[in-house]
Design a binder for this molecule. Structure first.
Ligand code: ADP
Length: 253
């Protein structure tokens, strides 16, 4: 098994508040890992550290074997340059709760933008690849629509196509369905599920317990900035060991 994400002894503070208190986590190639836990337990912050949207104070994050965000200079830990960080960030594809599409651009142009600007593809190559992924998420027919002309579920599917078209080593989903109308949740979960079945490596922060149980190879339960329990979904959901997880599952099912 090839590790794609390796997190070691990760600590993160916001001012005085320590929100990640020593996280160790490995995600292997093709694995789907769901992170569950109560609000405020540090799930989103952990995901944002994997994407270098947050700085962290101690520990290490490796993506595809490369240590990201920091390097050693004269025995000191220093932040990597903005240029290095941009390159390292591109190894992950992030999908946010609030779609974050550019409102003045069509679905197609939202997907091609990174391909031409960051990946240096020609317009023709970028359109071909964007069409492939828009088709894959069921949005090719609406490629010329702007975000305001699309439902939340459709916008989120475009956001998924945009992230995955960049060919990341791992896709990160931060509560990707929380902002959707209930009747739109299913279509986005189905899209994520089909990508998972194709072998995409994924880390998902989710409140959808049934979905986490269905698609994940491993579920991680966070509590108070630590991983309190982790394991295959069948074990974790059926025989939770800690009282905290038992209580959490009771309130969230
Ligand atoms: P979760 O995703 O599990 O709900 P978060 O990672 O969003 O948890 O938050 C963990 C803790 O960090 C919370 O106490 C939250 O208030 C705090 N926090 C998150 N982001 C910031 C920030 N930018 N500044 C200060 N505190 C923050």
């Amino acid at each position: 098994m090839t590790p794609i994400v390796e997190v070691r002894a990760l600590h993160k503070r916001f001012g005085e508040l320590e929100v990640l208190k020593g996280i160790d986590l490995v995600v292997n190639e093709g694995e789907v890992v769901s992170i569950i836990g109560s609000s405020g337990s540090g799930k989103t912050t952990l995901l944002r550290c994997l994407n270098l949207l947050e700085e962290f104070h101690q520990g290490e994050v490796r993506i595809g074997g490369e240590s990201i965000g920091y390097r050693q200079r004269n025995g000191q830990r220093v932040r990597a340059s903005e240029r290095e960080i941009a390159g390292q960030r591109a190894m992950t594809g992030m999908v946010f709760q609030a779609f974050n599409l550019f409102p003045h651009m069509s679905a197609l142009d939202n997907v091609t933008l990174g391909l031409t600007r960051v990946r240096g593809m020609s317009r023709r190559q970028a359109v071909e690849l964007a069409d492939h992924w828009l088709e894959r998420v069921g949005m090719r027919e609406r490629r010329d629509h702007r975000p305001a002309q699309l439902s939340g579920g459709q916008q989120q599917r475009v956001a998924i196509a945009r992230a995955i078209a960049m060919n990341p080593r791992v896709m990160l989903f931060d509560e990707a369905t929380s902002a959707l109308d209930p009747e739109r949740v299913g279509e986005v979960l189905e899209t994520i599920r089909s990508l998972a079945q194709e072998g995409m490596t994924m880390v998902l922060v989710t409140h959808e317990m049934r979905f986490a149980r269905d698609v994940s190879d491993k579920v991680v339960f966070m509590d108070g900035g630590r991983i309190a329990e982790q394991g295959p979904p069948a074990t974790l959901f059926s025989t939770p060991e800690s009282a905290r997880l038992q209580a959490f599952l009771k309130t969230s099912s």
